[in-house]
Write a protein that binds this ligand. Structure first.
Ligand code: MMA
Length: 213
């Protein structure tokens, strides 16, 4: 009798072990399943696609083009409709219509942010020439350069001012009270940068990275 009871006890113990093994296996399997779902999501919804879905809340239509080169398996480069592609970026020049008026530098900066973009940043002659080629010489345009101290010029995208080319007009920057920068056209010397008070109301240029698909 004593032996039988002992055997029963062992039986209970074994089924407990089996159940725990089953529960642990199920837990492990579901962890694997969740992990594989996350990995699949990362692969199918990669960064540019996520950016595209985010931008879709602002833009209903994009123009995509193939430039013959492939970057990380991506063939297509897209800009929101009406934005101009150049290099690795898309550009939008403010047009001043009923929904888009001249604005202070800070307000212009916010307008670009609301569009998933930032104020224009210029790092070389090619970018300066491209952008001035699509501007109206009768207007001035805020760019993403500002003075954070005494002539401590900063680009809004945090890239280094010291390492970029500069296109100040002769005699500019001219005043410590002028902490924001416009691109404007002067008759004899052409396009260049000029520091002006940040509260002046001007047109502006926004810029964003192209979307690679
Ligand atoms: C304006 C203004 C300044 C600029 C000078 C250059 C009169 O002030 O645009 O920012 O430095 O013109 O003459």
């Amino acid at each position: 009798m004593v032996r039988e009871r002992k055997l029963q006890g062992e039986g209970v113990c074994w089924s407990l072990r089996l159940w725990s093994a089953a529960v642990i296996s199920i837990l492990l399997l579901s962890t694997c399943l969740i992990a594989s779902c996350v990995v699949t999501y990362q692969f199918t919804m990669d960064k540019p696609n996520r950016r595209l879905s985010e931008l879709h809340t602002n833009y209903s239509s994009f123009t995509c083009f193939s430039e013959g080169t492939v970057v990380s398996d991506k063939v297509w480069r897209c800009c929101p409709e009406d934005w101009k592609p150049f290099g690795s970026h898309c550009y939008l020049v403010s047009t001043l219509n009923s929904t888009d008026s001249a604005a202070s530098w800070m307000e212009s900066k916010k307008k670009c942010s609301r569009m998933g973009a930032h104020l224009l940043v210029i790092h070389n002659k090619e970018e300066q020439d491209f952008i001035t080629g699509i501007l109206n010489s009768g207007h001035a345009y805020f760019i993403g350069l500002w003075d954070s101290g005494h002539r401590q010029w900063q680009w809004v995208d945090q890239t280094l001012y010291n390492e970029s080319a500069r296109f100040w007009h002769n005699g500019e920057p001219s005043s410590d009270n002028e902490k924001c920068v416009i691109l404007n056209h002067r008759l004899n010397t052409g396009w260049g940068w000029n520091d002006i008070p940040c509260n002046d109301k001007q047109k502006s240029v926004c810029q964003m990275k192209k979307i690679y698909l």
